[in-house]
Design a protein around this ligand. Structure first.
Ligand code: PAF
Length: 290
């Protein structure tokens, strides 16, 4: 595996692969890798000749009150995991290399960047869209894989790619869960044992919604009420939002006509966890391309 530390090195490595006619996939990450990330690497591998992963904790997507400094970092471990997965290129730039000066150009995906997590994390999705646009410009991949767990991020990136005609296919990987249903996340490492024990309530709440939906309920009101109950029963949890929205526009839905995204975010102590469920999706739709 080649480790590229600068934008220039990364560009040259990608160019060399493309000159050989290779189809290149990118899996952008902020490191602290877990099984969810590794599943994205495997998804990328199935669809490309060569896989690049990036590790970059992007300051632009953290607000001043957020956890930029305490965000988990373990480069040697991450590098070994990626090497074991057969990743060809690892792009791990410094903040100075990615942002030699504060960027004057920022990517705002109107409407979407203010929905769901964007409402409680102003500027977050603008930071994500900006860094992903930069990564696409630097790495020039044919396709890029993102986790379905960050469903709003996925919608923002899909829309950005469409609006800006960026020639990158976006592939979504299904949520990977612990045995008790907790969605894998680098932030799970922050949870105390008591908080960790309470965390699967998010998954349970989504499962209640799924059960009611499968019984035929299509109105968002009763579905949301059923979903929020297990969260209210868990005293350690503080709900941020529980919403049923269109998976592409992220606009609220009163009723589920075809596909819908049920999205939840809640705090356990100072850690914010998110999870979601796609309803009405066709089997096999885990791979949704742009
Ligand atoms: O999902 C993440 O880890 C980040 O938001 C991403 C896409 C790597 C951009 O920094």
């Amino acid at each position: 595996m080649h480790v590229l530390k600068t934008v220039e090195e990364m560009r040259a490595a990608s160019r060399a692969l493309r000159q050989l006619g290779q189809r290149l996939a990118l899996v952008p990450t902020m490191g602290a890798l877990h099984a969810g990330h590794l599943s994205l690497i495997r998804l990328a591998r199935e669809r490309a000749d060569a896989v690049a992963a990036s590790i970059f904790v992007n300051p632009l997507q953290f607000s001043p009150e957020e956890d930029l400094l305490r965000y988990p970092r373990n480069f040697p471990r991450d590098r070994d995991l990626l090497e074991n997965e057969g990743v060809e290129l690892l792009f791990a730039p410094s903040v100075e290399d990615m942002y030699p000066e504060p960027p004057a150009t920022l990517v705002t995906v109107e409407g979407l960047t203010e929905a769901l997590c964007g409402r409680s994390r102003p500027g977050h999705f603008r930071g994500v869209a900006t860094v992903v646009a930069k990564l696409f410009a630097i790495v020039a991949p044919d396709l890029a894989c993102f986790g379905q767990k960050d469903a709003a991020q996925l919608a923002v990136i899909r829309r950005m790619v469409r609006d800006l005609d960026i020639p990158v296919e976006i592939v979504a990987g299904p949520i990977v869960r612990e045995a008790d249903g907790l969605a894998m996340s680098s932030r799970n490492a922050y949870l105390t044992p008591q908080e960790r024990a309470a965390a699967p309530a998010l998954f349970r709440s989504l499962e209640r919604v799924r059960a009611l939906y499968e019984d035929g309920e299509r109105r968002s009101g009763p579905l949301v009420a059923a979903g929020t109950r297990p969260l209210e029963e868990e005293p350690r949890l503080r709900l941020d939002y529980f919403e049923i929205v269109d998976p592409d526009s992220l606009l609220a839905r009163e009723r589920i006509e075809d596909r819908a995204l049920v999205a939840v975010a809640a705090f356990l102590g100072t850690t914010r966890l998110i999870d979601n469920l796609l309803l009405g999706a066709q089997p096999g739709l885990a791979r949704e391309t742009n």
